[in-house]
Ligand binder design. Structure first.
Ligand SMILES: [Zn+2]
Ligand SMILES: [Zn+2]
Length: 286
């Protein structure tokens, strides 16, 4: 290893889970969604191909063994991806990445605006416990926000929207929840991996997270710092007319239910998504 990788000083196991933890769903024949506690990651690629597939996002802290176990049960023992794509660098999407990169020795790609948070240079703004929404929001100061350091194992995505290791997909810049947040879209079947641009569970509510009640929701509130951008990003995703969406939190959503819910979210984003009060809303002009 050319350089020592590490997590931030505030890295820790987060004791929070849901009834879906440990569940996997083949959302499409080559798109498999797997839930670690309260967050989803995706394995994109044909299960018959043990090295020609890509991992999207990297789970909760201390979940590397569970991820490797699930990968090997889908792709065979010693299977490894051709790389890891990140929707963004929040702790619940990079929680096992250091161990995974060490284990598989694969490249990681993220938007260039996320890179400082992945090379140990810049913390994310602290989560906002005062935000409207529920117990998870109030627990959020406990969540890690310091940058991890992947050194030169992480590379910026090419600026033209292509993805070097996932050639039939494109990345779409969907900032707001974080500056370099991206979503992944495949034109041929209009499949969308949305990350936290929008989610299908009310992520601030401990009860709704626990039972995974499906409900379209904006990005998780406690970490979202730019609500105007977040709204614009959801519009951008709706305009892609996705037929299926896998989100960072909550169950996948498809077909007319997805279309109707995305339309509702775009039209009523100020009511559904933007909190009435919170550190990153006060001063927001409408
Ligand atoms: Zn996030
Ligand atoms: Zn998340």
């Amino acid at each position: 290893m050319s350089e020592q990788m590490n997590y931030g000083e505030d890295y820790k196991y987060i004791p929070m889970t849901s009834i879906s933890s440990g569940e996997g769903h083949e959302v499409l024949p080559d798109v498999y969604s797997y839930t670690i506690q309260v967050v989803n990651l995706c394995m994109v690629g044909n299960p018959m191909n043990p090295t020609g597939w890509t991992l999207v996002d990297a789970g909760m802290p201390k979940s590397a063994n569970a991820i490797i176990r699930e990968v090997e049960s889908r792709f065979g023992s010693n299977a490894r991806p051709n790389g890891i794509m990140l929707t963004h660098g929040h702790f619940d999407h990079v929680g096992a990445i250091v161990e995974l990169v060490e284990h598989w020795n694969v490249p990681v790609f993220a938007h260039e605006l996320e890179i400082p948070h992945l090379r140990g240079e810049k913390s994310y703004p602290e989560a906002d416990p005062t935000v409207e929404g529920g117990l998870v929001a109030r627990m959020s100061p406990y969540f890690p926000n310091e940058p991890i350091n992947l050194g030169n194992h992480v590379e910026p995505l090419p600026s033209d929207g292509t993805i070097p290791i996932l050639t039939d997909w494109k990345w779409v810049h969907t900032p707001g929840h974080s500056p370099g947040h991206v979503s992944f879209f495949r034109e041929s079947d209009r499949a969308l991996i949305a990350g936290d641009a929008f989610v299908t569970v009310k992520q601030e509510s401990l009860f709704k997270v626990l039972v995974q009640e499906q409900e379209i929701s904006g990005p998780p509130r406690y970490f979202t710092t730019d609500w105007k951008q977040a709204w614009h990003s959801v519009k951008k995703l709706k305009d892609l007319k996705p037929t299926v969406a896998i989100t960072g939190h909550g169950a996948p959503m498809k077909g007319q239910v997805l279309t109707d819910n995305l339309t509702l979210l775009v039209n009523e984003f100020d009511k559904i998504a933007i909190p009435k009060h919170g550190r990153y809303v006060d001063g927001l002009e409408s």
